[in-house]
Unconditional design. Structure first.
Length: 263
């Protein structure tokens, strides 16, 4: 099996990706090379790349961009780090493929639906949308936040932020996918609380608006809420590659959140 065969398998799942304008692409290496081991990670940090080399990974699938923000005017230290990463990728002989737009929205096993699953929410979502909604038995924002923290604990985050009234009653929830947590899109369908990611809001805009309209926000880490979907990719690919003698392994991106509170 070639790296291209694995990539084609992933890309064939999507009816919602605009393939003329997508994040999903080969970032390094030759996709025609034969592979025996595929590594999957949320983002290929330097430590992750070293692990891939040590574990003899041939194809590395990174959900997020491991080469930082694309620009022709980078900070020099970021450019230097990027070049260092590319040298490590080349030295390890890795093919690096970014799988983002497919895996965010793929039904059941993707980032959106796996996030809802670990929260224990039965959500409604259009397959092309990052936004979903759920109805739950009457609870409070505080209790729902605890539920979120408990769901995230196995993925490196055992605490969440809450902005708004902790005692507010909740029946309807707006939920985003990773950093795609546009509260204005969530609130197009009225909801009592929005669960958002740190990368998906700004304090000066989104939080200000949420406070003004009295909609509490539960804020989680972008990486940690997407890890369930990344784990599911390992299983999904493993089931489809096993017959070709290709092993699929999970690589550690290193994202663990440490909550430090006042004594």
């Amino acid at each position: 099996m070639k790296a291209r065969d694995v990539i084609d398998m992933l890309e064939a799942q999507s009816s919602w990706v605009d393939w003329s304008h997508t994040r999903d692409m080969v970032l390094a290496g030759d996709p025609e090379r034969e592979v025996q081991r595929v590594g999957v990670t949320w983002v290929a940090t330097m430590a992750c790349l070293r692990e891939a080399r040590e574990r003899n990974v041939d194809l590395l699938i990174s959900h997020e961009n491991p080469l930082y923000a694309p620009t022709t005017q980078p900070y020099r230290i970021a450019y230097t780090a990027r070049q260092r990463k590319l040298r490590l990728i080349q030295d390890a002989g890795l093919v690096v493929y970014r799988c983002h737009d497919v895996w965010d929205k793929i039904p059941a096993v993707g980032v959106a639906d796996q996030w809802a699953r670990v929260l224990g929410l039965s959500c409604t979502r259009e397959v092309s949308s990052y936004i979903q909604h759920a109805t739950v038995e009457d609870t409070t924002v505080h209790d729902l936040a605890r539920r979120c923290a408990a769901a995230l604990a196995p993925y490196g985050e055992d605490a969440v932020w809450v902005i708004g009234d902790l005692d507010a009653r909740v029946r309807t929830i707006g939920l985003g996918t990773g950093a795609a947590t546009d509260i204005f899109r969530m609130l197009a369908e009225p909801c009592d609380v929005c669960i958002v990611a740190d990368d998906g809001i700004t304090n000066f805009h989104d939080v200000q608006f949420a406070l003004d309209v009295s909609v509490p926000l539960i804020i989680v880490n972008h990486a940690c809420c997407e890890k369930p979907g990344i784990d599911a990719m390992v299983t999904w690919l493993g089931q489809r590659c096993r017959g070709a003698g290709v092993e699929v392994v999970r690589l550690d991106e290193g994202y663990t959140m440490h909550a430090v509170v006042a004594a």
